[in-house]
Every structure is written in C-alpha cells, then in structure tokens.
Design a binder for this molecule. Structure first.
Ligand SMILES: NC(=O)C1=CN([C@@H]2O[C@H](COP(=O)(O)OP(=O)(O)OC[C@H]3O[C@@H](n4cnc5c(N)ncnc54)[C@H](OP(=O)(O)O)[C@@H]3O)[C@@H](O)[C@H]2O)C=CC1
Ligand SMILES: CC(C)CCC[C@@H](C)[C@H]1CC[C@H]2C3=C(CC[C@]12C)[C@@]1(C)CCC(=O)[C@@H](C)[C@@H]1CC3
Length: 343
C-alpha cells in the first residue's frame, strides 16, 4: 500500500527475517498473560520472530530463557520498553524500525492496576443480589485504585495502559501494513472496562477512583476508532478480555495466600461464570485465537473474551463492546492524536 503506512525502502533490507516469517511484538511479555501468550504463539508457529518488549531486562532475559527451554530453536528478541514513559516509547520505536521491516502482530498487553482496594461491603451486598454473576465477571462497583503522576506529568494508569501504546502504534506506522500486507493490533482490555468510569472531560481520569476501568474503556474506544480509520489500509485492531487470571496483577489485589485459600470457591464460581479462567494459559486463549483468525472475518466492534467452562474447556466468545456513545471513538482518537502530537 502507498501513503503513510508504507515502509521506507531502506528499512526493507534491515530485517533478519525471511519473507514468510511473522514478526510479533508483545508488550509486558515477561510475566502473566503476556508470557503465556508467547509460549502459545511459539507452539502455534515455530517460525515466528518474537520480540518481547519489557521494561525490566532481567525479567525479560528470564522470560526468554524460559521460552527457549520448551522452544529450543525459537527466534526471540528482547526490546527495552517502558510504555509508561514517552521517551522510552520513542527510543524503542526507533530500535524496532532499525531491526524489522514490518510488524505482523502488535500485542498491546502491558498493563497496571496500582493500589487496588476491594469494597468489602459492596462485595457482601452483591453476593446476595441478583447481580452476583455480573459482579464476579466485571467487578463492577467492587474495585477502586489510587493513581499518581508519572515523570512525564501524566496519570500513570492512562500513560501505561493507553497513551504509551497509542504512541507506539503511531511511531511504528511505517512498519504496519507495508506493501499491501495486513497488520494486526490486539489490546488486552478487560470486562472491568465501563463507560460510566470514563469522561472525555477528564481524559486521564485524574479526578476519579477507577482509572483502570476508565483506561480499559478508552482502549476499547480507541480500537474501534482505529478500525474506522485504518481498516481500509489493512490495519485491524481487536480487544480481548482474558477473564479473571491469577497473575502479579491479581496478587496485588489480595495476597497470594488468600487466593490459594479461596481457590476451591473460585473453581465453584467458574461453574456459574466461565470468566474465571484463572491460569495465564487459559487467559491467553482469545489472544491466541485471534492470531489464527483471518482479520476480515472479525467484527471491528467486538470484544473477544477468553472463557473456561466448569469442566476446564477453553474457548473464545465475541461480545459487543459495551455502551458506545456515537462520537466517542472519534473524539478519543482525536484527543489521543493531539496528545501524541504535543509530546
Ligand atoms: N489478571 C487479570 O485477571 C486480568 C488482566 N488483564 C490485563 O492483562 C494484561 C496483562 O496483565 P497480567 O498478566 O494479568 O499481569 P502481570 O502483572 O503479570 O503482567 C503485566 C505485564 O505488563 C508489564 N508492564 C507493566 N507496566 C509496564 C510498563 N510501564 N512498561 C512495560 N511493561 C509494563 C509488566 O512488567 P513488570 O514485570 O516489569 O511489572 C508485566 O510484564 C494487563 O493489561 C491487564 O490489565 C485484564 C483482565 C484481567
Ligand atoms: C470469594 C471471592 C472469589 C472473593 C474475591 C472478590 C474480588 C477480590 C474479586 C471478585 C471479582 C474479581 C475481578 C477482578 C479482581 C478481583 C475481583 C474483584 C478483576 C477486576 C481483575 C482485573 C480485570 O481486568 C477484571 C476482568 C477482573 C474482574 C473480576
């Protein structure tokens, strides 16, 4: 394709990968769902050129070693990337452009939920309400977080979960959809994403207590806007929810011994809500499923959910992204563009 999405001619010679090898970049790849995704992708396609984009290089090295144990000949690169820092994203994007001539899959998975607080009163009230299943699936009304400013003067949750990733997409434009090929973007969103937690007047959720929910809703809207603006150029964006998964993120909500203690209850709850996927492998189901789908067959307005049945069977289900206000995707896209241009 011609225009802004075409790769500069000189970079076409940089790539160490033969033409047919897929180039996949995963942010937050050193633990949890991101690491499980990498494991599953290498099992699916041993020819992959996989780039682990992480903020901590020691953890990234450990993740690469773990992956190489089960995939001895895998081609795994490391990239230093702190998505919560504008400078780090810019430097990392330069590095990516020097290394590869295209990106086939960009998995935007890194995410944070700092200082979470569970509203125990609401939890007990919810247990005896008709809304109990929805409460376990979405944590609606149960969770708040305390956010702070990062060194760029941005709210940390939005900077990490949304802005850094959007900036990365914009900076990597020359590698997306080169020469008429398609490229894919996949956001690890959440069923905790809620429209009522987001306000276009407070785009970083500076004044609220649910920045996580707000940032995930914003990523859903941004994905929608990307599809509207870029599908015709061969760029396809999708959002997924991995379900409730035991990772460092959830161990930050309640201590690990507590989760271990209530594990039998969690297995029981899984019979009623298949959103308790629990293991990173199960949580990566929808991310893996999208990898093997034809992008033209996907619904640009869907959120793809990783689900695990009571008997432990994994599957992916598409549900409409909730409650879109007609102009919100465009507005958010424009605001994010403005943010990126002002950087
Ligand atoms: N666990 C769950 O139940 C759910 C998780 N999710 C989402 O899944 C994604 C993965 O989380 P999960 O695997 O659960 O949790 P983990 O904490 O295990 O993984 C998060 C990953 O993101 C990385 N990360 C965090 N901040 C940055 C940053 N500034 N720059 C680069 N990397 C960063 C972490 O790196 P480091 O090791 O250095 O901290 C880590 O590799 C997140 O987006 C989360 O919101 C969505 C729904 C449910
Ligand atoms: C007996 C119970 C299992 C006690 C656990 C209560 C709560 C701590 C959990 C109930 C629903 C959970 C949940 C999440 C966190 C922990 C709970 C609030 C998430 C918000 C984690 C991150 C996500 O992105 C969501 C998809 C999760 C939704 C459910």
């Amino acid at each position: 394709r011609i225009g802004r999405w075409a790769a500069p001619v000189e970079s076409l010679h940089n790539c160490p990968c033969p033409d047919m090898e897929k180039v996949v970049l995963v942010t937050g790849a050193n633990s949890g769902i991101g690491l499980a995704l990498c494991e599953r992708l290498l099992t699916e396609d041993s020819q992959l050129l996989l780039c682990l984009a992480c903020r901590n290089m020691k953890r990234a090295e450990d993740a690469r070693s773990a992956l190489l144990t089960s995939h001895i000949n895998a081609h795994i690169d490391l990239l230093h990337l702190d998505v919560g820092s504008v400078q780090s994203v810019l430097t990392a994007a330069q590095e990516v452009k020097a290394r590869y001539n295209r990106i086939d899959f960009l998995y935007l998975n890194a995410g944070i939920m700092p200082n979470p607080q569970v509203d125990v009163k609401a939890l007990f009230k919810g247990l005896f309400s008709r809304n109990v299943i929805n409460m376990f699936a979405t944590a609606e009304g149960l969770l708040t977080q305390q956010d702070r400013l990062n060194s760029d003067g941005l709210q940390e949750v939005f900077a990490t979960n949304l802005f850094g990733h959007f900036l990365l997409i914009r900076e990597l434009e020359p590698l997306l959809c080169p020469g008429g090929q398609t490229s894919r973007i996949v956001w690890t969103s959440s069923s905790n994403a809620r429209r009522s937690a987001f306000s276009i007047e407070d785009i970083q959720h500076r004044n609220g207590t649910e920045p996580y929910s707000s940032s995930k809703y914003a990523s859903d809207m941004l994905s929608l806007a990307l599809n509207r603006h870029k599908n015709s150029q061969g760029l396809f964006s999708s959002v997924i929810c991995p379900g409730l998964v035991m990772t460092n993120l959830t161990y930050g909500i309640l201590p690990s011994f507590f989760w271990t203690l209530i594990m039998p209850i969690m297995w029981l709850i899984r019979i009623f809500t298949n959103t308790f996927t629990l293991t990173p492998y199960n949580g990566a189901e929808a991310l893996h499923w999208l990898f093997v789908q034809n992008p033209e067959s996907l619904d640009p307005r869907a959120k793809y959910h990783s689900l695990t049945s009571g008997l432990g069977k994994n599957y992916t289900q598409s549900r409409q992204v909730s409650n879109q206000r007609p102009l919100l995707p465009q507005t958010l896209y424009c605001s994010s563009l403005l943010y990126v241009n002002l950087r």
